[in-house]
Design a protein around this ligand. Structure first.
Ligand code: HPA
Length: 282
């Protein structure tokens, strides 16, 4: 997959030509959470459509631009919007921006998403630290010839790679402790990924609960797989925008995803803004 590496390099070179700071931290903002990008000071904003080979989202609520600059003094690259496999993109496109963030110099990735809550004790509007995932999308973003040049540190970029600490326990602890300082409980949960775009049936959600899932969504796992292939540390945060199918009697609407994002925006922003300098020095 030499071609993919060359394309990711050319995207990274283009971004470097637009902005001086080397980002250390990448942030992918999920549905309803895109406004967090306004926290970036002295931003350089690059529409995905300008970046060579970058895929563009077709989903309402995903604006599709990369914002580079600083948050709390830390050089960051914030993706305001992402593409999903359900839009018809191959996983190489879904994970292309993650590859580029790694090549730009990001050693840590904060990946966020909107998710359905499977357990009644994690209600709508909750923020959850992802402790692990179950990939039921039917594929794997690392499929195909291995490209070791994507490694950002020694002993990574290998054909087979460990996923037992895919979501960094140390970063999770920082997030949970910071949430406690801010007066709320950041619950931990297992994120189960489906392909979408249909929401799940109640029978599927019952099955997923039996499998040990706490949250269900249509993103994140492939970005995390690729990040771990490269050796990037990951913090995953889900916003529970709705209870999953059958957990309550309510019908699920995509508009709820956006609306709940707006409601939880301040809590999300305060948590992340306080966390970023701690992550940078951890
Ligand atoms: N299912 C799958 N993906 C989602 C959901 C859901 O209930 N809510 C937000 N993203």
């Amino acid at each position: 997959m030499t071609d993919l590496y060359a394309k990711a390099q050319s995207a990274a070179n283009f971004i470097r030509s637009k902005t001086p700071p080397t980002p250390r931290l990448g942030i992918i903002l999920g549905s309803g959470l895109g406004n967090f990008a306004s926290q970036v000071s002295e931003p350089t904003t690059i529409p995905y459509s300008d970046i060579p080979h970058f895929p563009q989202s077709t989903v309402v609520g995903h604006s599709g631009q990369l914002v580079l600059g600083h948050i709390a003094g830390v050089p960051v690259a914030v993706m305001q919007g992402r593409v999903h496999a359900y839009e018809g993109y191959p996983l190489s496109a879904v994970t292309f921006p993650t590859r580029v963030l790694g090549l730009l110099g990001c050693t840590t990735l904060i990946v966020t998403n909107a998710a359905g809550g499977i357990r009644p004790n994690i209600p709508q509007g909750s923020l959850v630290a992802i402790s692990d995932h179950i990939n039921l999308t039917g594929s794997n973003a690392a499929l195909g010839p291995n490209e070791p040049r994507f490694a950002i540190k020694p002993s990574t970029g290998e054909r087979f790679f460990d996923m037992s600490t895919a979501y960094s326990p140390a970063l999770r602890t920082l997030a949970i402790d910071e949430a406690a300082r801010q007066g709320f409980t950041l619950t931990e949960g297992v994120y189960l990924a489906v392909l979408g775009p249909s929401f799940e049936t109640p029978a599927e959600i019952r099955a997923f609960r039996t499998l040990g899932a706490d949250l269900v969504g249509m993103s994140t796992v492939h970005e995390v797989i690729v990040a771990r292939h490269m050796g990037i540390e990951v913090l995953g945060l889900s916003l529970v925008t709705n209870m999953a199918a059958g957990v309550t009697n309510e019908i699920i609407h995509h508009e709820d995803v956006i609306e709940i994002g707006r409601r939880v925006e301040r809590q999300f922003t305060t948590l992340l803004t306080a966390l970023i300098p701690q992550i940078a020095t951890s």
